[in-house]
Design a protein around this ligand. Sequence first.
Ligand SMILES: C[S@@+](CC[C@H](N)C(=O)[O-])C[C@H]1O[C@@H](n2cnc3c(N)ncnc32)[C@H](O)[C@@H]1O
Length: 243
Amino acid sequence: MTKENSNNIKDMFNKISPRYVLMNKLMTFGQDRYWRRELIRLSGLKDDNSLLDVATGTGDVIFEAIQNGIKLNKITGLDFSTGMLDVARSATRNNTADPNLKEINWIEGDALKLPFENTSFNVVTSAYLMRNVSDIDAAFTEQYRVLKPGGRVACLDTTPQAKSIMSPFINFYLIKIIPFLGSLISGNKSAYTYLPKTTKAFKTAEELQNIMIKTGFKNVSWKKYMFGTIAIHWGDKEGPTDE
Ligand SMILES: C[S@@+](CC[C@H](N)C(=O)[O-])C[C@H]1O[C@@H](n2cnc3c(N)ncnc32)[C@H](O)[C@@H]1O
């Protein structure tokens, strides 16, 4: 992907940011929340950990971690879209109940060049990032670099579906219904034709696993959801875990 493409992606997310959360809920029948909760569970995040959520967007992975009652010692959400981060920041301002929310660092930056020192975080998560980057290897290499030894990376994204009896229905939903809903709700049909197009062209779960292994991650595993259209991958950086 060229620089121009990455600017197009940034513009696209800036445009859809006001309706992004609502559109997610509608098109996934509310399942998006469950998948983020699974991402947190499989990331092994626990009290006193430091968390980096890359491509945090409107911050929903972080909010899910906090709502699960995990008391983190450092919380950072990074994204390159100002529009998406503005929604995250205002969600934080509007919810003053949890002191954890005040501690979140929302940072504008590029997933391919993370602005953090080596070995900074216990856990690095990302949801729906890898499909958008020009260089998946580089994105995982950066995540590996900023992880502490013994830390874990966990990645949630759509995944190309294997052919099954459900395929015609799933394709109809992805290719017809989602873009229709997208134009209705967010006024941006092209952003929601981008989703099925990039999903189809994306790495299979096995290919993504191999990239993670090549990057250096150990114990790499994955789990699929929603008729095999969503996958969560996770893997560890070798070393003793912080206690
Ligand atoms: C589909 S949204 C996902 C947001 C959030 N993680 C969630 O669970 O809803 C994808 C996000 O990735 C961000 N993104 C894509 N490429 C990026 C990059 N190279 N660096 C930083 N953010 C990026 C976009 O700005 C967008 O907010």
